[in-house]
Design a protein around this ligand. Structure first.
Ligand code: PHE
Length: 449
């Protein structure tokens, strides 16, 4: 099946983009980022980043793809007629690949938790015991690698068979189900004694806790969660039917992604406070808290299984998108056969994944250069450095390099939004405000200014 025909419906693109956007970033990373960066103020900055930076960037990436009708590898050359911007495509594919190095590891954790839910291992365990379980599991050398390998191989198989049509259909069922479970979890969370405190932590901004690095984290999380700044949306834009409204599609995907993240926060923080856990626990937060919440619900084991199944599937649709960005880049650029490319990419990725998983076991100091595990290096390097730079370059490309008229005509032609002011603001944003803000947040967050 050709990639083009697979996504050739309006809904197909929306589902594929949503499938890539909604994943571990929303349910695993967002709550612990909120916890580590001071709660409500972080949430507010995050939502502002999504509206003012994420939304215009989504529109911009989609429109580059739609305009050229080509994937990441050739889109820039196709639009400009020269090779000057090709490196931006290389950077996008590279970011996707590096992200996979830690994303597949966490997908593996979800599979382990799904399996343990099936075995009902967590029944009756205290928070302390769950923390020990998580610690023992992630510091073991073999099991996490085994699960991550299963995640990688299954995604590679889906990619191999080219069953994106199946993924589309699966996403259609998956998203509502995930929302239903989150709402159920929220219902349970509201009955917990820590509810008020949790809600206050999440929704009442305490700006004294907002540091420059927290703002950079919020921006990085916005890029990560919306799957922007690595060319994935350029590729999906190229699959759009001519008549598709880029602005509406960006809004739909962005809103849904943000709703899922906020719902995950609402489901988790009351429990965090009810159990007396520190919100700053980091990556283990969700894995320690949620099994306890399920354990207290009627039919908890069943909900737990369903939840970890859904989050695993949501993670796998994101892995698929990341893998697709890397694979299609290589296929389009060097004309290597698709299946051969899948094998090459997955083999190198496997090595990466092993290093990343071993680096957090605490047993191999040499896998933690710069005082940080290889796993954290991949996460920080992509979200806090490469994605902001890639976003900046994309904005300069569209805002300064390409003629303004072509960009706006392309957008306006197929959009229901016909207000001139909307396009004026959009252009002002991508030309001035966004590049400057991204640069300032980036340099300030890194402590350079
Ligand atoms: N957006 C995904 C998530 O929130 C991660 C991802 C990033 C997927 C980039 C594809 C591309 O989990």
């Amino acid at each position: 099946m050709s990639k083009k025909s697979a996504f050739n419906t309006r809904l197909g693109v929306i589902l594929a983009a949503t499938g890539s956007a909604v994943g571990l970033g929303n349910i695993w990373k967002f709550p612990y980022m909120v916890g580590e960066n001071g709660g409500g103020a972080f949430l507010l900055v995050y939502v502002i980043c999504c509206i003012l930076i994420g939304f215009p960037l989504m529109i911009t990436e989609f429109s580059i793809g739609k305009r050229s009708g080509k994937g990441l590898a050739v889109a820039f050359r196709d639009i400009t007629g020269n090779n000057h911007w090709q490196w931006l495509g290389v950077m996008g594919a590279l970011i996707a690949f590096l992200l996979l190095g830690f994303y597949t590891v966490v997908t593996g954790w979800c599979l382990e938790y799904l399996w343990q839910m099936v075995l009902n291992t967590f029944h009756g365990l205290s928070i302390g015991e769950l923390e020990t379980y998580f610690g023992d599991f992630t510091s073991s050398t073999t099991r996490p690698i085994l699960w991550s390998a299963i995640a990688l191989v299954s995604t590679a198989c889906i990619s191999w068979m080219g069953v994106q049509g199946g993924i589309e259909r699966m996403s259609k069922l998956l998203m509502p189900l995930l929302l239903v479970i989150l709402v159920l979890l929220i219902g349970r969370a509201f009955m917990m004694p820590g509810c008020d405190e949790g809600m206050r932590f999440l929704f009442r901004p305490d700006f004294s806790k907002l540091t420059a690095s927290a703002i950079l984290n919020a921006m990085g999380q916005c890029f990560f969660s919306l799957s922007i700044s690595m060319g994935i949306l350029i590729t999906y834009g190229s699959y759009m039917p001519k008549s598709q409204d880029i602005i509406a599609t960006s809004a739909q995907v962005g809103i849904l992604d943000t709703i899922v993240a906020v719902l995950a926060g609402v489901a988790i923080f009351p429990a965090v406070f009810a159990m007396g856990v520190e919100p700053t626990e980091g990556p283990k937060l969700v894995f320690v808290i949620l099994p306890t919440v399920f354990d207290q619900m009627s039919f908890g084991a069943l909900w737990g299984i369903l939840f970890f199944l859904l989050i695993s599937l949501a993670a796998i649709t994101s892995v698929l998108a990341l893998l697709e960005a890397t694979i299609s880049y290589i296929v389009d650029r060097w004309h290597i056969e698709r299946n051969k490319t899948i094998i090459i990419v997955c083999t190198i990725l496997f090595a990466f994944m092993v290093i990343s998983s071993l680096s957090i076991t605490g047993k191999f100091d040499y896998l933690c250069p710069l005082g940080m595990s290889f796993f954290d290096i991949l996460d920080n390097l992509t979200s806090k450095i490469m994605m902001p730079l890639c976003a900046l370059a994309t904005l300069i490309f569209v805002g300064w390099y390409l003629p303004k008229k072509g960009t706006l005509d392309e957008l306006q032609e197929h959009s229901k939004i016909q207000y001139r002011w909307f396009y004026r603001i959009y252009f002002l944003l991508i030309r001035y405000l966004l590049p400057i803000s991204i640069l300032v947040i980036f340099l300030h967050g890194l402590g350079v200014i």
